[in-house]
Ligand binder design. Structure first.
Ligand SMILES: [Zn+2]
Ligand SMILES: [Zn+2]
Length: 218
């Protein structure tokens, strides 16, 4: 009874002679079904190969035109927004300064005019002495000093940056997967040549390796 239970049979047709066990899925097959199984695996591999080739052409496109990468658009957008912000602030400060300059110059002009009128009046009346000349000289000096004072207006630099600097960060997870894909593609075709049944294991390991990479890296 016990030996009957342990007898290997083809999983497809229940034949018991010339049984071959697939190392990949540990399933027993007769010669015909073993061939059929290998054909199925071959088809499965072709599908995977096609996906690889499809992905390869995507990579080729990106390699030829790195500027079409999604992140490039993000950088362009950041550059555009930042320049816009700078121009906006410069315009605002320029506008404010020109309005201050106008007010200040007009004020100086009025003061000068008033003093000039006073001088004309003094001359008209022909009534002035040394203290008057000294008074006008002092007034003129003070006006000139104020007018030529470079510290009248200043540009102050805010310590808080209003544009956030960008930098490129690469996740460790991505590095691992890229490294794996590189190694995997190197071994992939070698394995195909050696034994079709190893593909089972390879495909299984590929999935679990990527899963492992993703769970290991925070
Ligand atoms: Zn198998
Ligand atoms: Zn069979």
């Amino acid at each position: 009874m016990g030996t009957k239970a342990q007898q290997t049979v083809c999983a497809k047709c229940k034949k018991t002679k010339a049984i071959v066990t697939c190392k990949g899925c540990s399933t027993d097959f007769c010669v015909d079904h073993s061939n059929e199984h290998h054909n199925e695996l071959s088809e499965q591999l072709s599908k995977t190969e096609n996906q690889f080739n499809q992905f390869k052409s995507e990579i080729e496109v990106q390699k030829a035109k790195p500027q079409i990468h999604e992140l490039m658009k993000q950088i362009d957008q950041w550059e555009y927004e930042s320049t816009k912000k700078i121009r906006q602030v410069a315009d605002e400060v320029r506008h404010k300064l020109s309005s201050y300059i106008n007010t200040f110059v007009s004020d100086q002009d009025i003061k000068l005019k008033q003093l000039s009128e006073k001088i004309i009046q003094y001359r008209k009346d022909n009534d002035f002495a040394e203290p008057d000349i000294q008074f006008f000289n002092e007034k003129l000096k003070r006006l000139k000093d104020t007018f030529n004072n470079p510290a009248m207006f200043n540009i102050e630099y805010d310590s808080v940056s209003f544009i956030n600097k960008i930098c490129l960060k690469m996740e460790g997870k991505i590095c691992l997967i890229l490294e794996f894909e590189r190694l995997f593609s190197l071994h992939f075709y070698r394995m195909v040549k050696i034994n079709c049944s190893i593909i089972h294991i390879a495909l299984h390991h590929r999935t679990s390796y990527v899963k492992e990479c993703c769970s290991q890296v925070p």
